[in-house]
Ligand binder design. Structure first.
Ligand code: SF4
Length: 378
């Protein structure tokens, strides 16, 4: 039985009709073709699909980390109802730096190899303007207090917020010495390292990234992401390079954290096993479109879109011996010349006459279960 989120709150992130292209020498790559996504606080959404389906591009667009040749043509990225795409450059940078945290597949490309883990975390506190805003600290304390389930982690978070409040007061009154500021930053960094269950945080604080194992580096990166108190946490294929035991531990940690930090979490993966194990909701992506969205249980029990059905049929099952694995014929299309109408039609076993002519609208044949396929209407 899948574990349900303990407290799912209001919508944290909403992506509406996001269309994005990349300018390349070969031509215009129509990478996102009207992506719609919603994630609520305390919820984990799994964004799944084959390589090249647009999962990572969607995440990068949300986090504002797109390369220079990317151009957003249309759409909105709403963070607590506030459209990030309409903001000025500086405000956008602050919002994205402080409210949206990204954990990457390979922590070594993100962590600075010449600084200790401790220095990299404390730098976040020293340079982050949001951590010194009264309102934010107060609202975070209120959120933690409102959580009915009290754990060791919520106690740590509450203590961290109180510490930030004290730091704020000391800064305002001019009583905070440099030494005291450093001490407070260090103590907060250590608490974040224990929050992600790193053994011996004092030791890890002094270590360089190359001295940590893959799993520890991933935990350190999650600690750095949490230190920003994000409203949205994006995790892109974060367990791909880890062995199965460490992978299970990291996923378990994410599940615990989504309840404790009460953030919206998006896990980007091509692995349906990870989705089944970790997520509450699933969005299936194909060639720049979200083709189906539902709860994890619903997707596994009652998939509607032919692509989702194909993905599920391709998962190896215990007890199914002697049979060859099913696969989806063909490959992800070239998005410089995407197929007309439904982008899945050249590979779809259910395609019919109208499929190459009409882009399927998003319909909701069952409450909470949305699909983009002409078989269900439109
Ligand atoms: Fe297949 Fe047509 Fe549905 Fe597209 S719209 S998934 S081609 S049946």
């Amino acid at each position: 039985m899948l574990e349900q989120p303990k407290q799912v709150g209001k919508t944290a992130l909403e992506v509406k009709n996001l269309k994005l292209v990349f300018r390349t020498y070969a031509g215009l790559v129509k990478a996102l073709d009207g992506v719609d996504l919603t994630v609520r606080r305390g919820e984990i959404l799994g964004l799944v699909g084959e390589s090249g389906s647009g999962k990572s591009v969607t995440a990068l667009a949300i986090a504002g980390l797109l390369p220079e040749n990317a151009q957003i043509i249309e759409g909105e990225v709403l963070l607590d109802g506030d459209n990030l795409l309409g903001k000025e450059k500086k405000a956008l940078r602050i919002a994205r730096l402080t409210d949206i945290a990204f954990v990457f597949q390979d922590p070594m490309t993100y962590l600075n190899p010449v600084f200790t883990i401790g220095r990299q975390i404390t730098e976040i506190f020293d340079g982050d303007p949001k951590l010194f805003q009264d309102e934010l600290i107060k609202s975070r304390l209120d959120e933690i207090k409102a959580l009915q389930h009290k754990t060791a982690e919520t106690a740590i978070l509450a203590e961290l917020s109180r510490e930030e409040q004290r730091l704020q007061e000391a800064k305002r009154s001019g009583k905070l010495s440099r030494k005291e500021g450093k001490r407070l930053s260090r103590s907060r960094a250590l608490q974040y390292l224990s929050l992600v269950k790193l053994p011996d945080p004092e030791r890890v604080f002094k270590m360089y990234p190359f001295e940590l194992s893959g799993g520890m580096r991933q935990r350190a990166m999650i600690a750095m992401a949490l230190a920003r108190s994000p409203r949205v946490l994006l995790a892109d294929e974060i367990t791909t390079a880890l062995d199965v035991t460490v992978q299970a531990q990291i996923l378990e940690l994410l599940k615990e954290l989504r309840n404790n930090i009460h953030a919206a979490v998006i896990i980007i993966t091509h692995d349906l096993g990870i989705v089944a194990q970790t997520c509450d909701m699933v969005a299936v992506m194909y060639a720049g479109n979200i083709v189906e969205t539902a709860t994890v249980e619903e997707i596994f029990r009652n998939p509607l879109h032919p692509y989702t059905k194909g993905l599920l049929a391709a998962v190896p099952r215990i007890g199914k011996t002697g049979e060859s694995l099913e696969s989806i014929s063909g490959s992800v299309p070239d998005l410089i010349y995407p197929p007309s109408g439904c982008r899945f039609h050249p590979r779809c076993p259910m395609a019919f006459e109208r499929c190459p002519q009409v882009k399927p609208p998003l319909v909701e044949p069952k409450t909470g279960h949305k699909v983009e396929c002409l078989l269900y209407g439109g």
